[in-house]
Design a protein around this ligand. Structure first.
Ligand code: SF4
Length: 479
């Protein structure tokens, strides 16, 4: 038996994979270190941005120093960078003992057993295309009233800037019954809100073809999928699931059937969508091969807003993509203003290996990218500020997750529209994992302050503590 630690870089998908890495190691008899130095350090990597390898180099460099004093310590690199670089990376960073791709997590215990017996360095990065495996981990690992559930892996899109199809492979879908069963078990252990995960989550197809397509779905429409039917199935089969979210959808799969599902299933299907747009310029969208035009993005959102008034929209944007002119960037700003995004995750374009955009060149100077990103963030801050201020005086339903990180004397949670809400004078109440009603009394820069309504306070004072699973044990390094 060995002790291990996991350090996670990158997106939510990687955080989720780290839970699976932890679970397969626990089942093999290994233990996560609570204190002291582990026998095995796992670095679960991301390769979406350029800095990923630099971060990994820096981590491995520090660990290599320790390894000189403790040669039996093992360094394992998992995730997208392992998939992308394989043996080449191991040659560049010889302190690494083992590399595994995202699809090879189930093989980790055997590979690790060899390495612990002194076996040679190994690389395993094979996609499980013929028989896809979807691992689960008990929710006690995450310890929240919220949980993530995988619906699919890989991506069939070919956005020219993106390395994901290379590092995660083609789309493979999880059996719909397995998804429903996992959510049912999560709810039995106290989870109240689930986020469905997938690279293009709303292109989901049911491999067993069990789901009945919604009447709004046009089977001839290439953008249609079984995702709306999946969402309906989950919320019907698991009535005690209070909220369902999903991330990240592709705009072209925001189809009439999914919009109808939002209309029929709100508020349990939450009033928020994170819909990556990447650019507001049709010229850029074409160069990025996003397969929709600006007008289509706006039009689909308008239909969604008609179906679910007040739904909030956040997005991802790349600035400084190959060939982006001032005019293209202005189009992006105008789109963000027009849509009124209440959250913008902006990134400077950086060329990634093995992507079609490499051939297009990286011709926007770094200082121009920085300036555009600052302007985008300034706009985004203004829009978020206006949105949050407009909520002061309203009543919101908040799913309380626990003490606030910044101010532990406050409890905090999220509204159905995804705003973070802090609740003061409530730390003596067993609010965690409960849905409470608050009146919003103040807007901060990125969050809200809400006081319990009298009815909610009375209810909380007389209630027994809600079910609370175990504590989070993952060590997450933000990218
Ligand atoms: S949809 Fe495009 S950006 Fe998203 S994972 Fe697929 S290729 Fe990458």
């Amino acid at each position: 038996m060995a002790t291990f630690d996991i350090r996670t870089f990158g997106c939510q998908m990687n955080v989720h994979d780290s839970e699976r890495l932890e679970e397969v190691l626990r089942r093999a008899g290994h233990a996560r270190v609570e204190a002291g130095e582990p026998d095995v350090v796992l670095l679960n990597t991301c390769s979406i941005r350029e800095k990923a390898e630099q971060k990994l180099r820096s981590e491995v460099g520090k660990l290599a120093v320790r390894k000189r004093e403790r040669p039996d310590m093992l360094i394992v690199v998992a995730g997208c960078l392992a998939q992308q670089e394989g043996e080449k990376l191991m040659k560049r960073l010889p302190a690494i003992d083992l590399m595994i791709g995202p699809d090879n997590i189930p093989e980790l215990p055997d590979l690790l057993a060899d390495a612990l017996l002194g076996g040679p360095p190994a690389v395993r990065t094979i996609f499980d295309v013929d028989a896809p495996r979807f691992l689960t981990a008990p929710h006690a690992v995450a310890g929240q009233p919220t949980a993530y559930v995988t619906t699919m892996k890989g991506c069939n899109e070919r956005c020219t800037y993106c390395i994901v199809p290379y590092t995660r492979g083609p789309e493979r879908y999880r059996d719909s019954q397995a998804i429903v069963d996992e959510i049912r078990v999560l709810v039995e252990t106290g989870v109240r809100e689930v986020t469905l995960l997938g690279q293009t989550v709303n292109s989901y197809q049911d491999p067993a073809d069990r789901l009945v397509l919604a009447p709004e779905a046009d089977p001839e429409d290439p953008d249609e999928s079984a995702f709306a039917a999946l969402v309906r199935e989950i919320l019907t089969a698991v009535p005690d699931l209070w909220r369902l979210r999903y991330t990240s959808p592709h705009p072209r799969h925001l189809t009439p059937s999914l919009i109808a599902a939002h209309r029929d299933l709100a508020p349990r299907l939450v009033q928020h969508i994170h819909l990556p747009v990447q650019s507001g310029s049709d010229r850029m969208l074409k160069r990025m091969l996003r397969r929709y035009r600006r007008a289509e993005y706006v039009d689909r959102l308008a239909k969604l807003r008609e179906a679910v008034p007040g739904i909030t929209v956040s997005t991802d944007i790349i600035v400084g993509f190959s060939g982006e002119t001032d005019e293209d960037f202005e189009a992006t700003l105008s789109l963000v203003e027009e849509v009124g995004h209440t959250g913008v995750f902006g990134f400077k374009y950086s060329p990634r290996p093995f992507t079609p955009a490499l051939k297009m060149g990286d011709d926007v100077p770094e200082e121009v990218k920085s300036e555009r990103l600052s302007r985008l963030f300034a706009l985004s801050e203004r829009l978020i500020g206006e949105h949050l201020k407009a909520l002061v005086g309203t009543r919101q339903q908040v799913l309380v997750e626990g003490p606030s990180k910044a101010r532990p004397e406050n409890m905090s949670g999220r509204s159905a529209r995804n705003e973070i809400v802090h609740i003061p004078d409530a730390s003596d109440l067993a609010l965690s994992h409960r849905m409470v009603e608050v009146e919003i009394v103040e807007a901060y820069k990125h969050s809200l302050l809400g006081r319990l309504t009298e009815a909610s306070r009375n209810e909380a004072e007389s209630a027994a503590p809600a079910v609370q699973p175990g504590k989070r044990r993952l060590n997450v390094v933000a990218s």
